[in-house]
Structure formats: C-alpha cells, structure tokens
Design a protein around this ligand. Structure first.
Ligand code: PMP
Length: 291
C-alpha cells in the first residue's frame, strides 16, 4: 500500500502528492515546518507543535487558512490514514505557488503538506555509547536576521553545520552564535550538566525553542535538578560532567566528546540516563490519542 500524504485538504497516494516548481517554498525556502512524533497511538505535545507552527507562520507574515484545531485534526487523520501508531510526522506549510519573482503577494494561497512516516536519526547503539560533537565554522543565524525561533524552510544554516560536522568525522555539530556562545546542534538543543546544575542556552542567544528541550527541563526540575537557561561557552561543555542534545527526532542523545575533549567520564552519565528513562516514560504516557 502506498503512503497517504495530506495535500491541501486531501489525503492522496504518495505518487500523486506533488507540489509546483513555482511554489515559493521550493524557489525561496519561503515557508515553515514542524517535526512531530507519535508514540504508541498518541501524538506527543501536538498542541505545542501546532502553536509553534502558527507562531513561525505569523512571524513570516503567512496566514495558514486552517484553525489550529483543523490543523491538529489534519495531522491526526494523516497518521491514521497510514495505519501508524508510532510515527514521525512532517508538516510543511509553504507560501504556495507564485511566479518567479519573490513577491509573496503573487502567491494566492499557501501549500499544506503533511507526511507521516518513520525516522531514525541515529543507530540505537549510539544511545548507549554517546556521540562526538564538533564546533563548526558556520555560526547560527543571528536573531536580528532570521530568528532561529522561526522554524522556517530555510535550513541551509543547519545543513551547513551538519555537513561540516560530518566532514570532520563527528555525528553532531555544535553551533555558536556570532559572539561565540553555544547555541544548539544542527537540529537539536543542547544541555550541559556541570557542578550540579543543568544548563541550556536561553532563547535570546539564537536557538529554536525545542519542545523536547521544554519537556526535559520539566523532567529535570521534577527530579530536583536545578535548571538554568543561561549563556554557556565551549569551556562549560569541555569541563562539564555530562552533555546531551534533545530533539523530537533524536530524543535525548548523549554527547561524550566535544572538539576532541572528553566530556565527564566519556560515557553517558547518570543524569542523562535518568532523564532519558523519564522521557521515554513521558512520551508513552502523555499525548493526544489518535481518535
Ligand atoms: N533546534 C533545531 C534547529 C531544530 O531543527 C530542532 C528540531 N525541530 C530542535 C532544535 C529540537 O526541537 P524539538 O525538540 O521541538 O524537536
């Protein structure tokens, strides 16, 4: 059976799910997106993801012609139409078909696509061993240009970071902002546990406000671990006891080496392990049922 893809209100077989070459998402990266996950028949933090999608759209002055409830429904229906209980869901809203000029006024309506499938960004054994990260030359987009809080279709900044890390032989990129503060990974937020405090960069430094990040901060606080959203430098990570990245796709991935400096013991630490355990419980317990 072919995969069913939601395109502007219709669920169509993958082969028929096409977008115009004149779509400004394709021509200019003009649009926004979300990556969402369903676990055991429940969509994790669906409302938060849809809210972020609408906030991103609002910031690029693009009006999505659905209510948030309709969008949630469309996401649920797409997962169900594919008979999935565990899924990775990609929602893409682009400015739509226009002409070759960049003026969004020439795009009469946005293009809404929802794809439900599977994703495995890292082989499972790496969650046991952890991975290496490197600081990459490409800096994170500055807040005053395209704020990284907008999850836009312009992912070249992140793709550059990913390529640079991979070419350097590392699995994860550590992106700094223009002042040299740590921001995030190529598609994940970063945490460092150092001297009894869990640190993560604040959103004003230029990060995506990750939904997994939020969930992990909540779990850590619930465990009595102090959490600080505060600027961190590479030094904090090199000298940290534990480090990990978080994201919908990657979940919680331990970082055991950064720029050839071993972090902590060089193995995923107890705080990372405990938060991973709690996160795995949370995603199964919580969520919007696929009904
Ligand atoms: N930062 C960036 C740049 C991302 O693309 C993602 C993935 N959406 C994240 C962080 C993690 O966000 P979330 O936990 O909401 O998936």
């Amino acid at each position: 059976m072919s995969r069913m893809v939601f395109v502007n209100g219709d669920l169509v077989p993958e082969e028929q799910a096409t977008v115009s070459v004149f779509d400004h998402g394709y021509l200019y990266g003009d649009g926004v997106f979300e990556g969402i996950r369903a676990y055991d028949g429940k969509i994790f933090r669906l409302e938060e993801h849809v809210d972020r999608l609408y906030e991103s759209a609002h910031c690029i002055m693009m009006e999505i012609p659905y209510t948030r409830e309709q969008m949630q429904r469309a996401i649920i229906d797409t997962v169900k139409a594919n008979g999935l209980r565990d899924a990775y869901i990609r929602v893409v809203v682009s400015r739509g078909k226009g002409d070759l000029g960049m003026n969004p006024k020439n795009c009469p309506g946005c293009q809404i696509v929802i794809i439900a499938g599977k994703i495995a960004v890292f082989p499972p054994e790496l969650y046991e061993d952890g991975i290496e990260a490197v600081t990459v030359p490409t800096r994170r987009n500055v807040v005053g240009a395209l704020d990284p809080r907008i999850k836009s279709l312009n992912y070249l900044n992140n793709i550059m970071a990913h390529i640079e890390a991979t070419r350097a032989g590392a699995r994860e990129a550590l992106m700094l902002n223009s002042e040299g503060y740590v921001t995030e990974g190529a598609a994940d937020n970063i945490f460092v546990y150092r001297r009894g405090v869990l640190w993560t960069p604040p959103k004003y430094l230029g990060i995506l406000e990750g939904i997994t990040r939020e969930a992990v901060m909540g779990l850590a606080r619930g465990e009595g671990i102090p959490v600080e959203e505060s600027p961190i430098t590479r030094h904090d990570i090199y000298t940290g006891d534990e480090c990990f990245v978080t994201g919908t796709a990657a979940e919680i991935m331990p970082i055991v080496e950064v720029d050839s400096r071993v972090v902590g013991t060089g193995k995923p630490g107890p705080v990372t392990r405990r938060l991973t355990e709690l996160y795995r419980e949370l995603v199964i317990e919580e969520g919007t049922p696929l009904e």
